[in-house]
Write a protein that binds this ligand. Structure first.
Ligand SMILES: NC(=O)c1ccc[n+]([C@@H]2O[C@H](COP(=O)([O-])OP(=O)(O)OC[C@H]3O[C@@H](n4cnc5c(N)ncnc54)[C@H](O)[C@@H]3O)[C@@H](O)[C@H]2O)c1
Length: 376
């Protein structure tokens, strides 16, 4: 029987979603929670029945019973907190993005190597129903050769906490970029990017970024190219995360309206110019089978789960936590520690996804020049 690990969860805004998943994971012994908003920490403790609470980040770092820390704190804190967790000799999972500077990614990479502990970037898009389906099709040869990839993430950040104000769109490009890297089977080595549009002066101040929208072209080491577009401010667009994988046999297209994905299949024929294309609207399955029984229910929205048939739960239109991804992320992080192996989204993959965005913004700030993406 494998040993159980103890985890501390830091930041209970979005992070709150993960508390019950750790609590119910069979390989987790104790889960402790902490938010600088202590009222929130106590409310959460009551709601989830998690009795172990912390009063400070330092208390977690000094607690010898804690094996791993999951950070879900504001973006500007990721770099410093991740480095401190790793230097304290604990495994670290952190929400996206990994950091917001090249130096930040480098520091985390070095801290992970030096500590010998696991770092995992908790990128939700790499465990959505959509991504897992497309990846399965690719692995089974159903897409043929990937010819091009395209990703997008549109979100309006007005009225969000102050650290978001004016954030360069590609600093948080990970949801648009990650599926492209994951499906490419390669790493992004170069980027050109344009910033577009104008936004009010006040939004330029915090990060010196004038652009509400950034659109980038990426070159992969294996020669593939991909495009990603990201908007954050003053752009009338409904929230959307989507990606398309254009293959030589089939294309997987997650529609820009956020609707069900479409598969386009090329039908070779000789009677007309051009091959025909057959469209199929997909009914996505819920690939919960790899998860322990006790956390499968977190792949769908609470209340919609049908234990006798999780597939049916999905059909009720449930989005789950970011399309079912949350329990997969927790499971991968926890199992990587228990099995003493690297996590799927380690500092190399997480670093490439994050750095591609950081370098894209650098390109946009320099008129669309070509920027090499470093490998640490
Ligand atoms: N799909 C995704 O992967 C996804 C989705 C949403 C948010 N996020 C990421 O999650 C993070 C948090 O997002 P959010 O919407 O909850 O942000 P938020 O700013 O609304 O909430 C952050 C929470 O962390 C707490 N906090 C702040 N500093 C802290 C500290 N030093 N120690 C402990 N707690 C602290 C705050 O009190 C608050 O409860 C962000 O980095 C964001 O990028 C990722």
């Amino acid at each position: 029987m494998s040993r159980k690990i103890n985890v501390a969860l830091v930041g209970l805004g979005f992070g709150g979603c993960f508390a019950p998943i750790y609590r119910d994971h069979p390989d987790v012994g104790e889960i402790g929670i902490f938010d600088i908003n202590q009222e929130l920490t106590q409310t959460f403790s009551k709601e989830t029945g998690i009795s172990k609470t912390y009063k400070s980040f330092e208390e977690i770092l000094a607690d010898p019973t804690v094996d791993a820390v999951h950070l879900v704190t504001p973006i500007p804190q990721h770099e410093e907190q991740t480095v401190r967790v790793l230097e304290a000799g604990k495994h670290c999972a952190c929400t996206v993005p990994m950091a917001i500077s090249k130096e930040g990614v480098k520091r985390i990479t070095e801290a992970a190597r030096k500590s010998g502990k696991n770092y995992m970037m908790m990128e939700t898009t790499l465990y959505t129903y959509h991504y897992l389906h497309a990846k399965g099709m690719l692995e089974r040869g159903e897409l043929g050769r990937i010819q091009f990839l395209r990703g997008s993430h549109y979100q309006d950040m007005e009225n969000w906490p102050s650290y978001w104000m004016g954030l360069p769109p590609m600093f948080y490009g990970t949801h648009a970029i990650a599926p492209l890297v994951g499906l490419s089977g390669s790493r992004i080595q170069r980027v050109v990017c344009f910033g577009s549009g104008t936004m009010r002066e006040e939004l330029h101040k915090q990060y010196g970024n004038p652009f509400p929208v950034e659109s980038a072209l990426f070159e992969f080491e294996n020669g593939l190219k991909a495009e990603a577009t990201r908007s954050l401010f003053e752009t009338a667009r409904e929230y959307t995360e989507s990606f398309c994988a254009y293959g030589s046999k089939r294309t997987f297209e997650w529609a820009q309206d956020g609707g069900d994905p479409v598969i386009m299949t090329l039908i070779p024929r000789t009677d007309l110019r051009g091959y025909a294309t057959e469209f199929t609207r997909l009914e996505l399955g819920n690939p919960y089978e790899t998860l322990p029984e006790s956390i499968r229910k977190y792949t769908i929205n609470e209340g919609d789960y049908d234990e006798t048939n999780p597939q049916k739960s999905l059909a009720k239109g449930a989005g789950g936590g970011h399309e079912g991804s949350h329990p997969h992320l927790v499971h991968e992080f926890v199992r990587s520690i228990v099995e003493n192996r690297r996590p799927a989204i380690d500092e190399v993959l997480g670093g490439n996804i994050t750095l591609a965005g950081i370098c894209a913004h650098e390109s946009a700030m320099n008129g669309g020049c070509s920027v090499e993406v470093p490998l640490y």
